[in-house]
Design a protein around this ligand. Structure first.
Ligand code: MG
Length: 208
């Protein structure tokens, strides 16, 4: 399986990092060794002094496809999770300054937290109105540090699937990280991170 990630998909996050709004989705890939699941702890790697959390909705692909039209994208997923795209911001800034690929900053071991999955029907409770209008948040040590709503995505989940599948064949079990809203920030040893999607606690793990 592969982990496909979308960058710069929320205006307010683009502004907080002083990036340009892209004309089409920014895509990068994490290897399967980046996965961190089952509320296992995240260990800060030695090569970075600035690991940031990026809270993101994650979609699981349920059937193979390529060149998928936007109108048919909904046929390719029926479960979502909440994830963290852990980013070594100091490493990424150095790579970006030189125009180099981001892999060392984005694809390192355990940099892709993926929670349990829930059916799309769970995104219709309370103020949540489906995958294109659902709320998610991250608590760090009991304080909310990131809050997002998928209605603020620049490219919707279906548009992302259509675009990604022009370049990469999708397979059953692939994950797509759909970009982070504003509020990214550092984590440090001892932090406890809890992710909430549409009112459900999705993950709860510690940083060590
Ligand atoms: Mg991200």
């Amino acid at each position: 399986m592969k982990i496909i990630c979308i960058g710069r998909n929320y205006d307010a996050h683009i502004r907080e990092l002083n990036n340009e709004v892209p004309e089409e989705p920014v895509i990068f890939i994490k290897p399967d060794t980046a996965l961190l699941r089952n509320n296992n702890p995240f260990f800060i790697p030695d090569f970075s002094n600035e690991i940031h959390h990026e809270l993101e909705l994650v979609v699981k692909i349920k059937k193979p496809g390529r060149h998928i039209p936007v109108a048919f994208a909904k046929d390719y997923y029926d479960e979502v999770a909440l994830g963290i795209d852990f980013t070594a911001r100091d490493v990424q800034n150095k790579l970006k300054a030189k125009g180099l690929p981001w892999e060392k900053a984005k694809g390192f071991d355990h940099s892709a937290v993926v929670s349990k999955f829930i059916p799309l029907s769970d995104l219709n409770s309370g103020e949540n109105k489906g995958i294109d209008h659902c709320f998610f948040s991250l608590q760090k040590n009991g304080t909310s540090v990131q809050e997002g709503c998928t209605a603020h995505m620049i490219h919707s989940v279906d548009q992302i699937i259509a675009h990604v599948s022009e370049y990469f064949s999708l397979r059953i079990g692939d994950y797509i990280f759909t970009g982070t809203p504003e509020g990214v920030g550092p984590v440090q040893t001892g932090d406890q991170l809890i992710g909430i999607l549409a009112g459900q606690t999705m993950f709860d793990f510690s940083v060590r």
